[in-house]
Design a protein. Structure first.
Ligand code: SAM
Length: 343
């Protein structure tokens, strides 16, 4: 069904300037590097605008992936410790290879940030790289950055354009906002760490106002075997059809997916991408999501075995290193292989 539609730290600490109160379309390329013609530009327009879809060219069906992948860095505690260290180099080492300013503009375009007075929540906002793109279009005082990592948020707090943003420690799967609160929900590169992505997307739905729009930017699953192996060991790389299914199940309408990627990949997606797509959906009715879910997958208060934790953490972090190297490899290939030839 989804495939057939393929065209188209638990404490919540408010920190504001140091105060601590209590439908779907593809643009870009297919998985194999062939350029897909730009059929449907996604303009910055009103939410109701009809969009054109093109036929899918996807690799794998949602059910073809085993659910037994280890995903060593996919629990909240693992992600917390991962970013304890990664936050030190995040902006300088990770983003340049995977999440450039150009990509950010492309990815935020379907979010329709068309009014400076919009209320925007940036969930898993980390060091504020995506928020820097948001505050170009929306007044910073209307923007909230939420993340479970105080270390990542500490970096965001240092950024001058984000000084007026509200900075909040919290969990994407249990947002500390009232129902029908925000005009836009943005989350970039965070879903891969959520133990239960469907729950996070259901939360996106809940906190949006009627007619509000969610824009979720995330990885795409590799098709090349070695990349797939490391992706599965590291964290969640959803397939495009999974994003669509999660959005639709949460109750979103006008669900669309826009492919993104670094320029020097020349559209190649077989190694997967940490930031490979921007998925948007519109909330058609006020109130909570129609989707009912059971209890949370992960109980963060439950004690963990430190040895198991350490082994999982090290294996996961090592697998993540592969994805630091892939963009370098692709960058070199782009330099060596003449333009116009497949890489
Ligand atoms: C790859 S970073 C992306 C940061 C930022 N959005 C950007 O564009 O650079 C992923 C972020 O998601 C956060 N994160 C992971 N799991 C989370 C959760 N359950 N709730 C809130 N934030 C989470 C991490 O702490 C990290 O800062």
């Amino acid at each position: 069904m989804a495939i057939s539609m393929l065209c188209g730290a638990e404490n919540l600490t408010l920190i504001r300037r140091g105060i601590t109160p209590k439908g779907f379309c593809f643009l870009g390329s297919d998985f194999h590097g062939k350029q897909i013609p730009k059929v449907s530009p996604v303009p910055r327009t009103k939410l109701s605008k009809t969009r054109t879809f093109i036929a899918p060219n996807c690799s794998l069906s949602a059910s073809s992936r085993p659910s037994s992948q280890p995903r060593f860095i996919q629990h909240k505690k693992e992600a917390f410790w991962f970013y304890r260290f990664l936050s030190i180099v995040y902006d300088h080492v990770i983003n340049p290879g995977h999440w450039t300013e150009d990509m950010r503009e492309e990815a935020l375009e379907p979010a329709d940030l068309n009014d400076r007075n919009l209320f925007v929540v940036d969930v898993g906002g980390g060091t504020g790289f995506t928020t820097l793109g948001i505050v170009k279009h929306v007044d910073a005082k209307n923007v909230t950055i939420l993340d479970q990592s105080p270390h990542q948020l500490a970096k965001a707090k240092q950024k001058e354009p984000l000084k007026e943003c509200m900075i909040l420690e919290g969990d994407a799967e249990d947002l500390p906002f009232p129902t029908d609160y925000a005009d836009r929900y943005v989350s970039a590169g965070s879903i891969e760490y959520w133990p239960d992505p469907q729950r996070g997307i259901k939360e996106a739905y809940r906190v949006l106002k009627l007619g509000g729009k969610a824009c979720l930017i995330g990885p795409v699953y590799p098709t090349f075997w070695l990349s797939r192996f490391f992706a599965d060991v590291w964290m969640l790389f959803p397939k495009e059809e999974e994003y669509i299914e999660w959005f639709q199940k949460a109750g979103f309408k006008d669900v669309q997916l826009k492919r993104i990627g670094p320029k020097w990949y020349r559209g190649v997606r077989r190694h997967g991408l940490i930031m490979g797509c921007s998925v948007t959906g519109v909330k058609p009715a006020s109130g909570d999501s129609p989707l009912q879910l059971g209890p949370k997958e992960e109980d963060v208060s439950k004690p963990v075995n430190p040895s198991v934790f350490l082994v999982r953490f090290l294996l996961g972090a090592m697998a993540g290193m592969y994805f630091v190297l892939v963009p370098i490899y692709m960058w070199l290939k782009d330099k060596v292989v003449p333009q116009g030839r497949p890489i």
